[in-house]
Design a protein around this ligand. Sequence first.
Ligand code: ADP
Ligand code: ZN
Length: 232
Amino acid sequence: MSLNVIMMGPPGAGKGTQALLFAEKCGLPKISTGDILREAVSEGTSLGLKAKAVIDSGELVDDVTMIGIVRERLLKADVAAGFVLDGFPRTVSQAKALDGIVEELKKDSLIVVAIEVPDEDLLRRMTTRRVCQGCGRNADPVEAKLLSCPKCGGDFSQRTDDNIQVIKERLKVYARDTAPLLDYYNGRQTFCLIDGTQSPGRVSEMLLEAIKAVSRADSAVRTEPGQRIERE
Ligand code: ADP
Ligand code: ZN
């Protein structure tokens, strides 16, 4: 059985950090659409040229482009045992397309993790966030005092979209386009909500437990279709 996880939540909720921790723990590839776009921007590809202005305005890159990128990625062999998607889907039409891809490629059902953090915490986190230019990791509070990344030696710097105006726009776009996805996924056997206000280590533990619980429940449901699963 493969573990196909999508990590949802507002910008600054810790999706990227948690996706990385979980993917490393389970030996799965982490697929971050934000990282893919930022890489394209730094390489100056045609995708990068198109995406740069959109990202820096806080808006979303169009669905057709994003769906194409993710579909290509999910065709690769390294996702056979599963994947952790970070930053996708971000709109209901991306979510519908992803369901289509899962069906087309005959993949196990998606496990949907939504990390919840109140807006005031998000603002504080993003305005103080430092990101490694080398490996793309967010600096933890201790590392943030350093100039370069202890893992790869890359420079820590602020993302161009982590300034107050753009952050406010991203939160608006999240509420408008992405929050409706919670309703889209809510009610699925494999949907879990996680309190993202705790420390990264604690969030990671809760997330692991929640994913274990829902994937157990889901395989029970699929192997014994008559049985009802009681969930908290
Ligand atoms: P955040 O910290 O806001 O979650 P990400 O690193 O996931 O940031 O994404 C940065 C930017 O890249 C987004 O604000 C958006 O412009 C673009 N982007 C990333 N993923 C998607 C997507 N699935 N659909 C549309 N745009 C996206
Ligand atoms: Zn690094």
